[in-house]
Design a protein around this ligand. Structure first.
Ligand code: GDP
Length: 367
């Protein structure tokens, strides 16, 4: 399943955010494929289209698609050298697809800052440096091994060797591997490393309860620093107040909507974070819709129909014959499945069909 690891220095609000995530947590019975461990929080991906589909189809049950957050606590200065939980937490990062990096942008004299003062860029670079050092260690080891092959004239080894020297150079200049403009082939060549600094990053600026609008308007100098840093790197920033999120997480849908309206917010910070993480990973949603169940499924953009079907069940991919597809907008225009069919909006698609965000799919397969 797709997942996003939450990292950040101590006392920046990670646990507060993670508690909000687990509180808001999805009914795990619906998601047997997700890992259930204490440091994993499963959230439903908010999608207004799913509500519209439910209105049209009136199924017995509606199931949103899910996304996992992993709480990666214990990252401190020196982690790459084994300080704190050191290597253990680094291995947790290796397993996630993306990183949500929480940065403290709120002032509170009662809450100590581990580095002595609130300085978002210093915080970010402290964490990033640990990840860079960990990558540098594995790159060095590989370069060593390849070096011997290169000497004996191995041409293939030489290609990887040269690429790794380039990566090493970036890391030594304290630049993450993702900052290199690598070709698809180059990325594939070093994929087996699962480099930490190769993972896409989302910066989460944690602001005070009453500072959200101020920050959104560009008036929180800490947030502005984070924004500047993120922009230079090509990463996104999500402004949240972990405190507010932990309060929202305890409310039912109705109270939540009222509370957000009072705050003048369109959606919760957590919902925004989920959406941003989804986008960051290049994920899209398709639907299945029957009277038993209307359900959303997550795939990577560019996935073909049989592989999209595999998300539901491996047998669906193995025995794939074809898919009946109607685009979300066509269905909404028609107002009902039958009308959409009458309008000629149902298509039969084969193995090469690339699924589009919002497609409503019905798979035909052999068992
Ligand atoms: P972690 O070490 O990164 O997991 O940080 P915690 O989530 O435990 O937060 C550290 C402290 O900061 C706790 O006392 C939180 O209540 C507090 N805190 C977290 N977010 C906010 C916030 O938005 N505003 C304020 N005032 N305090 C916060």
């Amino acid at each position: 399943a797709n997942s996003c690891g939450i990292v950040g220095l101590p006392n920046v609000g990670k646990s507060t955010l993670f508690n909000a995530i687990t509180q808001a947590g999805a009914e795990s019975a619906n998601y047997p494929f997700c890992t259930i461990e204490p440091n994993v929080g499963i959230v439903e991906v908010p999608d207004p289209r799913l509500n519209k589909l439910t209105e049209i189809v009136v199924p017995k049950k509606t199931v949103p698609t899910a996304f996992q957050f992993v709480d990666i606590a214990g990252l401190v200065r020196g982690a790459s050298k084994g300080e704190g939980l050191g290597n253990q937490f680094l291995s947790h990062i290796r397993e996630v697809d993306a990183i949500a990096h929480v940065v403290r942008c709120f002032e509170d004299e009662n809450i100590t800052h581990v580095e002595g003062k609130i300085d978002p860029i210093n915080d970010i670079t402290t964490i990033n440096l640990e990840l860079i050092l960990a990558d540098l260690e594995s790159v060095d080891r590989r370069i060593d091994r390849l070096g011997r092959k290169v000497k004996s004239g191995d041409k293939e080894a030489k290609v990887e060797y040269d690429l790794l020297l380039k990566v090493k150079d970036a890391l030594e200049n304290e630049k993450p591997a993702r900052s290199l403009d690598l070709t698809d082939d180059e990325q594939k060549m070093i994929h087996h490393f699962h480099m930490l600094t190769m993972k896409p990053v989302l910066y989460v600026a944690n602001v005070s309860e009453d500072g959200i609008h101020e920050a959104e308007a560009g008036n929180n100098p800490y947030v502005e620093k984070v924004r500047e840093f993120a922009t230079a790197e090509g990463s996104a920033v999500v402004i949240i107040s972990a405190k507010v999120e932990s309060e929202i997480a305890e409310m039912d849908e109705e109270d939540k909507a009222m509370f957000l309206e009072e705050l003048g917010l369109q959606e919760s910070g957590l919902d925004r974070l989920i959406r941003e993480a989804y986008t960051l990973l290049g994920l899209i949603t398709y639907f299945t819709a029957g009277v038993q169940e209307v359900r959303a499924w997550t795939i990577r953009r560019g996935t073909k129909a049989p592989q999209a079907a595999a998300v539901i069940h491996n047998d669906f991919e193995r025995g794939f014959i074809r898919a009946e597809v109607v685009a979300y907008n066509d269905l909404m225009e028609a107002g009902s499945m039958n009308q959409a069919k009458e309008n000629g909006k149902f298509r039969l698609e084969g193995k090469e069909y690339v699924v589009i965000d919002g497609d409503i799919m019905h798979f035909r397969f052999n068992v």
